[in-house]
Design a protein around this ligand. Structure first.
Ligand code: ADP
Ligand code: MG
Length: 476
């Protein structure tokens, strides 16, 4: 009894689906159409030659096993390559399904390339060049990119490029640095400055992931040549997170061609990466050597002053006035990632504006703990006692005692005040920790300290210095 080709293929797919990951399945198996079954030879149709080579190279075992299970040990697989000129590629139900998967990850320009057959889809007919889809995010600008020692070179190079794209020695401009340090912000700021500047310069920003998705889509739809050509109209190409090209041979090959085409025409390339070119694993030597042609500039972790300036700028934008001690507390504790700093700012803003919370170290601590994994920032009564006793040069035990000696009373009251304002502890537990005093004594002490802060500037300094010490010790 002869089985029919589509049910045989369906069973094969069923097995393959269990042995490859979902993305690969969608990319490489869903587009395949069974077309014929001749004895034990199954013919499948694939979109193009590259597709066939890829299957043979990567999935031959999966294919072989599944088809043998269906058709016995003599089973054979034959390929049919869809003709390039075949209109059904663009119109058949098959195409529709290909396009339907993960399609939103493909650039609109590339989709138009396929669906409307527009040869240069960055240029929409009848609209002038600045309609080219730059894909930039307008919020990333130079004027909200705070300058510090950590980014001075990269920023200056970026400004030079923005003023003169393709005509400086910084081509490509290769920006690198760890996550959350501003690579995307700076790269986009350059793009936005160019778009807003004089002249009719076309800018195109894309992530490496998008570039790869576009390419896979172009391969499936047989328009790789057109994809490469469409970059002819780009004056400034920005590709973000180029490290993700690692081990993607075909993508690297196409990117190499596009890079050459753009660079040779005196156009500007801007790349970002988490590592400098020489340390990029899994990337062809010829690409690495091109990455080194221009300028590699790194973004480093910002120093304390820069972190404070960035945080204040973000809080200011939201109209939130936070005490300096809170800003410092946050910046002492978040050192290596500006994105985290922003996350904490957003948390503070939400708590204060939506939940009416007072913006103090306690709130900051809570927000940081929710936001930063493994944060161990708890300010404890013990820590405060230790700092205060060190500062006043008094043994901790003395602060708990019943003595009314002036210097001991000041130290004790200061410590209680700091416990009240910097920890989540209740008045009762604070009192317990200071020789079993009751909660009204704690309130009395806090008020006394507050009065002193308001009237005595040198004491105010003392309290602020103590806060700083306690905060700094939290940062390890
Ligand atoms: P990366 O691409 O290096 O991972 P991003 O560019 O996405 O980092 O930056 C993370 C966040 O920090 C962004 O929201 C960005 O606006 C902000 N940021 C980074 N550097 C600065 C800076 N110098 N001034 C102001 N904001 C910054
Ligand atoms: Mg980024």
């Amino acid at each position: 009894m002869q089985k029919d080709y589509s049910s045989v293929w369906d069973s094969c797919l069923h097995k393959i689906r269990n042995s490859v990951n979902e993305q690969s399945f969608k990319t490489w198996f869903e587009p395949i159409r069974p077309v014929k079954l001749d004895g034990s030879a199954l013919t499948i149709q694939v979109p193009n030659k590259f597709f066939y080579e890829w299957l043979e190279e990567h999935y031959i075992t999966n294919l072989k096993e599944s088809i043998r299970e269906e058709l016995g040990p003599k089973a054979r697989l034959e390929y049919q390559i869809r003709l390039e000129a075949d209109n059904t590629i663009n119109k058949s139900a098959g195409h529709h399904q290909i396009g339907g998967q993960g399609n939103e990850k493909v650039s609109p320009a590339v989709k138009r390339l396929v669906s409307q057959g527009i040869r240069n889809p960055f240029v929409i007919p009848g609209i002038k060049k600045d309609a080219i889809e730059s894909q930039l995010n307008k919020t990333y600008r130079f004027d909200n990119f705070i300058e510090g020692d950590c980014n001075r070179l990269a920023r200056a190079a970026g400004e030079a490029v923005a003023n003169n794209p393709g005509r400086t020695a910084f081509n490509p401009l290769f920006l690198f640095g760890a996550v959350g340090l501003g690579k995307t912000h700076l790269a986009q700021a350059i793009g936005n400055a160019i778009v807003d500047g004089p002249g009719d310069v076309s800018v195109r920003y894309m992530t490496t992931e998008k570039f790869t998705n576009d390419l896979i889509y172009a391969i499936k739809n047989n328009v790789v040549g057109d994809l490469v050509n469409m970059y002819q109209n780009v004056d400034v190409l920005i590709v973000d997170d180029i490290q993700f090209l690692a081990n993607r041979q075909k993508t690297q090959e196409i990117f190499y061609n596009i890079f050459n085409q753009i660079h040779q025409n005196g156009k500007q390339v801007i790349l970002t990466s988490d590592k400098p070119p020489k340390d990029l694993p899994g990337i062809e030597e010829r690409l690495i050597s091109r990455f080194k042609w221009g300028l590699s500039a790194d973004l480093q972790a910002p120093d304390l002053e820069t972190r404070i300036a960035i945080l204040e700028c973000k809080l200011d934008d939201a109209g939130l006035k936070a005490p300096r001690s809170v800003v410092e507390y946050i910046c002492f504790n978040i050192q290596n990632n500006i994105r985290e700093l922003e996350g904490v700012a957003a948390g503070l803003i939400a708590h204060s504006q939506l939940a009416n919370r007072v913006v103090d170290e306690r709130l900051a601590q809570e927000v940081i703990q929710n936001f930063v994994r493994n944060a161990s920032l708890e300010i404890t009564i013990d820590k405060i006692k230790r700092h205060v006793s060190e500062y006043y040069d008094l043994p901790i035990e003395r602060m708990k005692s019943k003595t009314r000696k002036r210097e001991v009373v000041v130290a004790r009251q200061t410590a209680m005040y700091l416990c009240k304002s910097m920890t989540k502890q209740s008045l009762k537990s604070i009192g317990d920790e200071f020789g079993g005093r009751d909660h009204s004594t704690v309130i009395y002490s806090c008020n006394a300290v507050q009065d002193l802060i308001d009237t005595d500037s040198s004491y105010r300094e003392t309290v602020s210095e103590l806060r700083k010490k306690i905060n700094m010790s939290m940062a390890g």
